[in-house]
Ligand binder design. Structure first.
Ligand code: GDP
Length: 296
């Protein structure tokens, strides 16, 4: 389950606070020391933690909280609100182009879950009565095209591919023409990843982006890699200009650092989270629900 460690520690801290009838400034400070440690142990970015604690303290020791009848509850409420805000505040939805097709470019490192999540998004879009097309533009990972074709067959969604000897830019160009001919209204482009960010990969993605002119450029990133995920997101965003993030493998992420800090560090909202390998294990990301899940 996601956030096990963090949720357990915060719940323990808040239970102590709830029991107190009167809450002093020192109680708030002690609570915030514990929250700070719990967040750092959950692998949340250091600077993000520092700013977060400062904001909560300012509100919690202000009139708004300590003078209230249930100050303990109020402190918890402030933490909940600030955590929601930290993760993006309102839900950030998938944008649709005013004139179809909507083009969604999926980028990310190898193994992050791009191909799987192209399939999951196709399924999600089918449920919204859209007519997706998948474009197989990952020509480097040997099994990627086949994997996408298998997903397409399972979902009954067409997959455009030209094998792995044509340049991804050409594949995308032809794929988009095909989408228009066939009146597909959302196009999902699965691109190649590498093990690490390198210039060749980024240059290729820039070329694809310029040809595709996507409505959404979504980074698919593995939550289990914690702050590495945040750094990857920062770097992709600086080079490509992301519109959102799909945080995968949250089902296996016991810490939660990436989910909590990626928006604050990059400015890019998490739009979806992956909760398992199966195609229906994709959830739109709701910062408020996630905060409540963490705080119990
Ligand atoms: P790609 O190289 O980025 O296209 O990655 P894949 O889509 O091939 O995924 C890599 C591995 O991660 C596969 O074994 C997937 O089944 C697995 N995977 C993808 N998304 C999730 C997820 O949300 N949760 C879990 N537990 N596994 C996932």
């Amino acid at each position: 389950m996601a956030f096990e460690g963090l949720a357990g520690r915060l719940q323990e801290t808040f239970n102590k606070l709830r029991k107190k009838g009167k809450v002093t400034e020192e109680d708030v400070n002690q609570t915030m020391r514990e929250v700070r440690l719990a967040l750092l142990e959950a692998d949340v970015n250091f600077k993000v933690v520092k700013d977060f604690i400062a904001r909560v303290k300012e509100r919690a020791v202000g009139q708004e909280v300590l003078k209230s009848l249930t100050p303990g509850q109020q402190v918890i409420k402030v933490v909940n609100e600030e955590l929601t805000e930290l993760m993006g505040g309102k839900q950030s939805k998938l944008e649709m182009a005013p004139k179809p097709p909507t083009i969604i470019l999926m980028v990310g490192l190898q193994g992050a879950g791009k191909t799987t999540h192209a399939g999951k998004l196709a399924k999600y879009l089918l449920k919204q009565n859209k007519k997706p097309l998948l474009i197989a533009a990952d020509v480097y990972r040997p099994a990627a095209i086949k994997q996408l074709q298998v997903l397409g067959e399972q979902l009954n969604v067409p997959v455009f591919s030209m094998g792995n000897e044509v340049s991804p830019v050409d594949i995308v160009q032809k794929g988009l023409e095909y989408a228009k001919q066939e009146h597909r209204d959302v196009v999902l482009i699965d691109t190649a990843g590498r093990l690490h960010i390198d210039e060749t990969l980024m240059n290729e993605l820039i070329q694809i982006r310029d040809v595709a002119n996507p409505t959404e450029t979504l980074l698919v990133v593995d939550a289990m890699t914690g702050q590495d995920a945040v750094n990857v997101a920062k770097s992709f965003n600086e080079t490509l200009g992301l519109t959102g993030i799909i945080l995968t493998k949250l089902d296996g992420d016991t810490r939660g650092g990436a989910a909590i800090s990626v928006k604050a560090v990059t400015g890019c909202p998490i739009k979806f989270v992956g909760m398992g390998e199966k195609l229906d294990l994709l959830e739109p990301f709701h910062p408020d629900r996630m905060a409540s899940r963490i705080l119990g």
